[in-house]
Design a protein around this ligand. Structure first.
Ligand code: ATP
Length: 514
């Protein structure tokens, strides 16, 4: 069996070979952690975005969407705390010269010990069978107790160091835990330094301090500064939300793992404005709603889990991630954050403009609280594609096939229309069928190569249906439809095709399940 790293490598190669994702500026040897979406990738990405946008704006009467600019007034980022606090603690290993995020090194160390405990428990569970009591084992097994102590102590020291913003203490956690560099194996570390993740550039032709502007590191601030505009012009009543999809930029220290951590990426964010004091209710509500949105795609409920944050971002009073089981393990795909009135309150202070809402129900003015849901389009893409990638042996022929089992509703191409031969009027008939379906579905016409080869190519890009037009089609107006996942084929009347497609690939049906 191939290991996860192998599989991940294969997925990356597959994404390139089949026009999903290319390294940016590849002919110049690429730009690190920046990627371009190809002909199939951009279709899949658009479908993901549409699923999110429609779920937010169509299924919630009180959510509207906007599209704010990437550039914003520089004061925005002072008010949001990003100039002062959007930093990652960075540390270098002097022997390997590799750079790491100190917090990630510590978190990975904690994960490893957690794994050790889990192995210990698994072993004991096997040994004791039905009589196994995990709680009791955790409380009495010395090795588990020692490891748990290590976790607790390291976590406590780490959280305190972060809260105190004490870089020397963060380094001390690494030293005390005996963490070594994965490349050199040494403990020869530099001091921990702060590194601001925002990209800056100059506005206009004069280059001085005051003309420095930033590429937004999150889309959220475009929503906060437009709070009053949207509330007033849309006559919105609290609770209500503003949704947005757009690019964000972060100068990530360690940008690896393909599109998981990029320097330019895309976010789908929704800020939900609520009456102060009700935020925890809404926080719970949005955790549920967002998890349901993910699970509705049918990738498997066991692939998701919540991770509640111990360490909160500078703006949050509660935060959780939705994690997906990617080839490298469970990783964050979406964050749900209770942001209090931190952002609106600060924009009020920094801009000198009143940003308040008059709540007629309680006859009171207040700065609304915010619960946000923030998902990376690219990470969502990665979870879909890595989950879809399947290598299998075709039972009937013993042949290997690679098939992308993308949820049909998100598939880049929905239908391949394949005339059996290039003559006898078959291509014309195929075009006729396509001319009916192409307005609703992305269809691809292919007449080159054997049918088998054409099927394989469509499997490789995840096309859920192929139809073959043969001589019988000309006589009785039926085609062979072939299903991607089962490879089953059946003969159907051409006028049934629309219904079959509608049933399996319409976004409407998916949205109805939410
Ligand atoms: P991480 O801890 O992985 O750096 P984060 O907690 O900083 O992520 P948020 O600020 O909560 O991320 O951003 C919301 C979402 O934006 C994330 O859940 C993720 O899907 C996406 N995202 C953040 N940074 C990146 C990146 N560098 N590349 C791709 N997507 C990203």
């Amino acid at each position: 069996m191939a290991n996860n790293e192998d599989i991940f490598r294969k997925i990356i190669a597959h994404c390139k070979e089949y026009g999903f994702i290319f390294q940016s500026s590849e002919i110049y040897d690429g730009l690190s952690a920046v990627y371009d979406y190809g002909q199939n990738g951009s279709e899949l990405k658009n479908n993901i975005k549409k699923y999110w946008w429609d779920a937010m704006t169509k299924l919630h009467e009180n959510i509207v969407g906007i599209d704010a600019a990437i550039f914003m007034h520089p004061r925005t980022w002072e008010a949001s705390g990003h100039v002062g606090a959007f930093n990652d603690p960075l540390i270098d290993n002097k022997d390997s010269k590799k750079r790491y995020r100190a917090d990630v090194l510590i978190e990975e160390y904690l994960e490893k010990i957690e794994e050790k405990i889990n192995k210990e428990i698994e072993k004991a569970a096997n040994r004791f069978g039905d009589a196994f009591d995990e709680k009791q084992f955790r409380e009495t097994n010395q090795r588990v107790l020692d490891n748990q102590k290590k976790i607790d102590e390291t976590k406590a020291a780490f959280v305190k160091a972060l809260e105190d913003n004490d870089l020397a203490a963060i380094k001390q956690v690494i030293v005390d835990a005996d963490i070594t560099c994965p490349v050199s194996g040494s403990k020869n570390w530099t001091d921990v330094r702060q590194f601001n993740l925002m990209f800056s550039t100059q506005l206009g032709s004069v280059s001085d301090e005051s003309s420095t502007i930033y590429l937004r590191p999150e889309t959220a601030q475009g929503i906060f500064v437009n709070f009053l505009n949207v509330q007033k012009t849309g006559r919105m009543k609290i609770p209500f939300g503003i949704a947005q999809i757009g690019k964000a930029f972060r100068n990530e220290i360690v940008a690896r793992q393909f599109i998981f951590r990029m320097r330019e990426f895309e976010q789908m964010e929704m800020q939900f404005f609520v009456r102060p004091g009700t935020e925890m209710e809404w926080y719970k509500y949005w955790k549920d709603v967002r998890m349901k949105w993910h699970k509705a795609l049918g990738l498997g409920d066991e692939k998701y889990r919540f991770h509640d944050h111990d360490k909160l971002a500078h703006y949050a009073n509660a935060a959780a991630d939705i994690e997906f089981n990617l080839p490298m393990g469970f990783r964050e795909v979406e964050g749900i954050h209770s942001r209090t009135d931190f952002d609106l309150g600060n924009h009020e202070k920094f801009s000198g403009k009143k940003i308040q809402y008059f709540d007629t129900e309680i006859n009171k003015n207040y700065v609304p609280y915010v619960v946000e849901t923030s998902i990376g389009v690219d990470r969502m893409f990665l979870s879909i594609i890595s989950n879809a990638y399947t290598e299998e042996t075709v039972e009937a022929t013993g042949e290997q096939r690679v098939v992308l089992k993308i949820p049909p509703v998100l598939a880049p191409v929905k239908l391949a229309v394949l005339p059996l031969t290039k003559k006898d009027g078959l291509p014309e008939k195929a075009r006729e069928i396509m001319d009916v379906l192409k307005f609703d579905y992305n269809c691809q016409y292919e007449e080159k190569d054997s049918i088998g080869k054409r099927y394989r190519r469509q499997d490789a890009i995840g096309t859920p249906f192929c139809i073959t037009i043969d001589h019988q089609t000309l006589q009785d107006d039926t085609v062979t439809i072939r299903y991607r996942d089962t490879m089953d084929q059946e003969r159907v009347a051409t006028d049934k095709l629309e219904d079959i497609m509608e049933d399996m690939v319409s976004l409407k049906n998916l949205l109805k399940t939410l």
